[in-house]
Write a protein that binds this ligand. Structure first.
Ligand SMILES: O=C(O)CCC(=O)C(=O)O
Length: 230
């Protein structure tokens, strides 16, 4: 039987998917291209599995609104050199379940775009603030804390997210996360590939430098899936 996440995914995510499919057909370095992979077959597999990027998901006003709203809670902390598990560097973070009405509307749009209808979601939205020198090392989000879908908004800076297969390090996919875009990781991209945010020195997409500035991501996740009975 298919999981609830798999059911209905096609319908709920067609807008995001159309975008990723456009990326498939972009010529090298062509404007609008948001994904580059070690092979076309791999790109197709990950996109078919539900990995996508929606450039311009937020308007400038929406980006400013979200950034303003998270600034005060973020400022209560100092940038940390490394996360407890050593994955995230030069960061501060917070989790929020209460948002202004305007931000709630934006987050609802994220949920409607990224998650199949009826999938129980984490009430807390993760807000991660990476300093200009900050970066995230390769990892897979723990299945204990996160379900089948990760959906993130990028504020203030573009960046490159790299996915690398756990089975074969030669299989990789780079996603161009432009400022104000939404990315969605699902399927093999969620479970079989590590993801990372490249540091400024390494931040290139398809040979093009993508300068890293301070970046805030606002990330929605669904609840871990119930484990299958033995
Ligand atoms: O900042 C992002 O968009 C990715 C965050 C991430 O990889 C994580 O929190 O596990």
């Amino acid at each position: 039987m298919q999981s609830r996440c798999a059911l209905g995914a096609r319908r709920a995510h067609c807008a995001a998917r159309r975008c990723a499919e456009r990326a498939l057909h972009g010529r090298e370095g062509a404007p609008g291209q948001v994904a580059a992979a070690s092979s076309e077959a791999l790109l197709r597999r990950l996109v078919a599995g539900g990995a996508s990027v929606v450039p311009g998901f937020l308007s400038e006003e929406e980006e400013a609104l979200l950034a303003r709203e998270v600034e005060a809670p973020l400022r209560r902390g100092r940038y940390q050199d490394a996360h407890w598990d050593g994955v995230i560097h030069r960061y501060r973070e917070t989790e929020r379940s209460h948002w202004s009405k305007e931000s709630q509307e934006i987050l609802q749009r994220v949920r409607d775009t990224a998650f199949p209808p009826g999938v129980p979601q984490l009430a807390q939205v993760h807000v991660l603030d990476l300093d200009k020198t900050g970066y995230i090392k390769p990892h897979i989000d723990s299945v204990k804390f996160c379900g089948c879908t990760i959906a993130g908004l990028s504020l203030l800076s573009s960046s490159v997210m790299r996915l690398v297969s756990e089975q074969n390090v030669h299989d990789w996919l780079d996603l161009l996360l432009e400022r104000r875009s939404l990315y969605i990781l699902r399927g093999p991209a969620r479970y079989e590939f590590t993801h990372e945010i490249l540091k400024d020195e390494e931040s290139f997409f398809d040979g093009r430098k993508i300068p890293r500035e301070r970046r805030i991501s606002v990330i929605c996740r669904n609840l871990p899936l119930p484990s299958t009975p033995p």
